[in-house]
Design a protein around this ligand. Structure first.
Ligand SMILES: [Zn+2]
Length: 344
């Protein structure tokens, strides 16, 4: 990594809370720093290593794990992308903050209040293997910006992104009502891109008639069986999903749960694309909704917004940025290095 100009801390990737890991600062300044294990390919996410870490933290107790999971907080971190027209007078940071504060809902099962409560938890470990199913793309950070929806601290102090378990498939379901005829083909393309960079196995289960709102339950046994509800992708509009009002082209985010040991893992999620995207002209032959789909699916896997307009994860869409860029890809590759989650 080489930089030819002084480094401002504003240039550096950081967590949503604003923290910049020391290694990031060191690397940006051209200094060698010992990389934390999650940056490389040596991070052992196997169940064995995972359980060894768990044993160091607390006595293993399945009943405790289940209880903690029941009491855990689920979050859908809905994030929005604003299409490239309009919003001329609004300060950018203000717009982003407003979108975050508006789109985050919490399910507080501990208090019995909130939008939804989980009366039933799926059988833990559905399809969970002993090791990651795939291999993320090699990490080579070129200084491009990336960010995560949420980060968390491992017992050894390492900051890691909240991600899906790489040891089980990520199931995806499509609601084709109001969707364009080429959605299935476009999804195939985008999911292939995401699989290649994250190493996650992304499986399209098929279609569903679930017409979801922000705050959908991540557990729907009558519809999806005794497992976490799949990541839902659908077109909708502001009459049903008010978060799509105005210039918002889409929203997406993961639903995360406490593994039982304080570490969060994504178990479900949703992506909504505004039907008004279908009225827009293609950009360079690509349907206008496709870059929105890429952006929102990246949110659903755990990527957050960056201020850098050259990245797809900038909250303001641009006709010049239609695909995942270097920072986006780096962040996605790290999201493929999450911890396994046999207890959820
Ligand atoms: Zn966004």
């Amino acid at each position: 990594m080489r930089r030819c100009h002084p480094v401002s801390s504003d240039d550096l990737p950081r967590s949503k809370s604003g923290r910049i890991p020391q290694w990031v600062v060191d690397e940006a300044r051209g200094r060698e720093s010992a990389p934390p294990p999650w940056r490389g390919d040596t991070w052992d996410t196997s169940v064995e290593a995972d359980r060894a870490r768990t044993r160091r933290r607390r006595p293993a107790s399945p009943s405790t794990s289940v209880l903690t999971a029941v009491l855990s907080v689920l979050v859908i971190a809905g994030s929005a992308v604003v299409w490239w027209s309009r919003l001329p007078d609004q300060s950018w940071d203000g717009a982003v903050d407003a979108l975050f504060s508006r789109d985050v809902l919490r399910y507080d099962t501990a208090s019995g209040g909130g939008v939804a409560s989980l009366a039933h938890l799926p059988e833990p470990g559905f399809e969970e293997e002993d090791a990651p199913l795939g291999t993320p793309a090699p990490l080579a950070w070129d200084g491009s910006a990336y960010a995560f929806e949420r980060t968390q601290e491992l017992p050894d102090g390492t900051q890691v992104p909240v991600a899906w378990s790489p040891c089980r498939p990520v199931h995806v379901s499509l609601n084709l009502n109001e969707a364009p005829a080429d959605l299935v083909d476009q999804m195939r393309v985008v999911l292939s891109e995401l699989e290649a960079v994250t190493g996650l196995v992304l499986v399209v289960d098929g279609t569903t008639d679930e017409d979801a709102r922000v705050g959908r339950s991540p557990v729907q046994p009558e519809r999806y069986g005794d497992r976490w509800a799949p990541l839902l992708v659908q077109f909708s509009d502001e009459s049903r999903v008010p978060e799509l009002e105005g210039d918002v082209a889409g929203i997406g985010g993961p639903q995360v749960v406490d593994r039982g040991d304080g570490l969060l893992v994504a178990v479900s999620g949703a992506v909504w694309i505004d039907t008004t995207m279908l009225e827009r002209d293609p950009v360079d032959g690509v349907p206008a909704y496709v870059p929105v789909l890429r952006h929102e699916l990246a949110h659903a896997l755990g990527l957050g917004h960056v201020q850098d307009a050259s990245q797809l994860m900038n909250p303001k869409a641009s006709p010049d940025v239609l695909t995942y860029q270097a920072g986006d890809r780096y962040g996605l590759s790290m999201l493929g290095r999450g911890v396994c989650a046999p207890d959820v």
